[in-house]
Every structure is written in C-alpha cells, then in structure tokens.
Design a protein around this ligand. Structure first.
Ligand SMILES: C[S@@+](CC[C@H](N)C(=O)[O-])C[C@H]1O[C@@H](n2cnc3c(N)ncnc32)[C@H](O)[C@@H]1O
Length: 322
C-alpha cells in the first residue's frame, strides 16, 4: 500500500485524529460506500422501494436550488454495495453505482435542456450518464483519448441511453488538448473531469512496480490538466460555464491548477459554489480550499465519499466584460 501524497499529508497528519480517520477510510475498501443513480430512461420503481426499506435516502433531498428533479440518487450511511447490472444488448440498465461526490461536478454545471455540452475526458461515462439524468442537451459531445476506455464509454452510453437521445450525442477519441482549436467557442458548458492521481485506486495498490510508475507520472499531471483546461476554455462560447474536477486531494492538481488558469486567463472568472457545500453537509465532509469557486470532498466515517475537487469558472462575454 502506498503512502498518502505529499500535499495530502499536510491535512491528513498522524497527530490529528479526524485526519487519521480520513486516511483510514481512503485505504480501506471495506469502508467505501456506493450511491445508486437511477436511470430515468428505464426507471426501477421496485428497486426504489427496496432502497427506502434498506434505509437509503436521496441526495440533497430537494434542498439544493436548481436541483434537477429528474435526477434521483440514493445513498446509505453504511458501507456496502448492491450488485452492479450486467450489460445486455437491447436492454437499458436501471441504475449506475458511483461515488456520490461524482455528482457534484455534474450539479455545478447546471445543465439546461437544449444546451451544447462537452464532456472532455468522459470514460467510463459516469458523469455523461448523470448529465443526461439532469436535462436533455441539444448536443452532447463525449470525448475520451484512451482507446480501451473509449470503447467502455460507448458501451456505458448504449447501456443507459435510449436511441433517440443517442442521436444528439457525439462520441470521439481525440486528445482533449486539441479540441479547443478544432471546435472553438462551440459549447455552452464544458466539463473537464481530468486525469489525476486518483487517490482511491492509486493509494491502494499491491503492485509496487505500478505504484512507482504512478508516482513518477504524478509530476506531469498538473501540466496536462492545465493544457486540457486551456483547450476547454477555447471550446467554450463567451458567457459559457466551465467545471473542473478531480478525484484527488492533491493541492497541486486542484487549487494550484485553477489559480494558474485564473492568473493566465483574464477572460475567466471564478463562480462561488459554496452554496452546494452548505446544502449537502449532512452527506459530505468538506475540507477548506481557500477558494470561493472550489470545493473539496474528503472521505469520512459514514460519509466515505470523495476525494472530489470541483471548481466552477465562467468565460467573459468579451475581454474584461462580465
Ligand atoms: C477521471 S477520468 C474521467 C471519468 C469520467 N468523467 C466519468 O465520470 O466516468 C479521466 C479520463 O481522462 C482520460 N484522458 C487522459 N488524457 C486525456 C486527454 N489528453 N484527452 C482526453 N481524455 C484524456 C483518461 O483516459 C480517463 O479516462
């Protein structure tokens, strides 16, 4: 098992009992929880009743302004997992199992019917599926660079989304760093759910060779993340919304990346998303980020969600004009 990343150690120190708690959860899969996102295109009424009986409750329970009523996600305070569904050609799946914190970037995007949206790093497709539970976009472009994961993305979309809606979705296998030049100012909203040093799978590894390779890769990630964001900004129309997310505690991949973008792009403005944290503190534990526009969910006992960093930015209508 690997040690926590350097940046995380600052917050997850041995002397602080609460932080030691976070560390224990991150490295113990037996504590992990899974949320159940119901598929509105093949709604599982029976399963919903069953989840209530098992003590599950809905995320946000209607308290977040603009929460899309069509998105139903159930969580339980105890660890455990209901079995995942098998892919069957011709049958839509009824639910998707996920880390509940993965829905925060999707909610921060506030997708509306008819909007054009880009999911720049989309595989395996969890956030694309969640976006389609919130609204019916006029156009959804899901991109993934890795060819194996690209196939996985296609399969996820086919398993959850009915044919008429599949027709408004474009799936591509491009380097996300090039998409801004290929499709400038095309999108109302862009999600960059970036490749990162995924703290769950990277910290819990019995393969020491893979582990040292991953440590060496860590250093390159902030540059890749910044390049993906630059491309996303180009792809965004003036006045459009950009959401950046990672599943790491690393400040270098979270706050520092967003600070670099804000410092180098006078046309990008931070959007305050603290309201999201206020309305879901009973389900998630947040760590301070020092940013109005950034939230960080850290895994806690009975709330083993995250790590998930989310930041929201807006592109100005023209340089210097808001
Ligand atoms: C955190 S995962 C995305 C998870 C996905 N959004 C979901 O919710 O299921 C990041 C993805 O970015 C992909 N990726 C890495 N480099 C990329 C690039 N240059 N352009 C586009 N995608 C890239 C990785 O292969 C990986 O699938």
């Amino acid at each position: 098992m690997l040690d926590l990343p350097h940046e995380a150690k600052g917050r997850v120190g041995h002397t602080d009992p609460v932080s030691a708690n976070h560390r224990e959860i991150l490295t113990s899969p037996s504590c992990w929880q899974y949320a159940v996102l119901l598929n509105r295109f093949n709604y599982p009424f029976e399963l919903e009743k069953d989840l209530y009986l098992k003590g599950y409750h809905t995320l946000f329970q209607g308290s977040l302004p603009n929460y899309p009523k069509s998105m139903k996600c159930y969580l339980s305070r105890t660890p455990g997992q209901i079995p995942s569904e098998r892919h069957q050609v011709g049958n839509l799946k009824k639910y998707y199992l996920l880390n509940a914190a993965s829905l925060l970037p999707v909610l921060a995007l506030e997708l509306r019917d008819g909007e054009k949206v880009l999911d720049l790093c989309a595989a395996p497709g969890g956030k694309s599926i969640a976006l389609l539970q919130c609204a019916c976009p006029g156009y959804l472009h899901c991109n993934e660079y890795d060819s194996l994961r690209f196939r996985w993305l296609r399969q996820t979309l086919e398993s959850f989304i009915p044919q008429p809606l599949i027709n408004v979705i474009k799936v591509s296998e491009l380097d996300g760093r090039k998409m801004g030049d290929a499709q400038p100012e095309m999108f109302d909203k862009v999600l960059v759910d970036a490749p990162c040093s995924n703290d769950r799978s990277w910290l819990f590894s019995s393969d020491s060779q893979k582990a040292s390779y991953r440590i060496s890769q860590r250093r390159k990630l902030p540059l890749l993340q910044i390049e993906l964001l630059r491309s996303a900004i180009k792809a965004l129309r003036p006045g459009g919304i950009l959401v950046y997310s990672t599943c790491t505690l690393s400040k270098a991949e979270n706050q520092d990346v967003i600070s670099e973008i804000l410092n180098s792009h006078s046309n990008m403005m931070p959007i305050d998303i603290k309201g999201i944290a206020r309305t879901c503190s009973q389900d998630f534990t947040f760590a301070p980020t020092g940013q109005e526009c950034g939230l960080l969910v850290i895994p806690d006992k009975g709330k083993a969600w995250g790590p998930m960093y989310v930041a929201k930015l807006k592109k100005s209508w023209s340089t210097g004009k808001w």
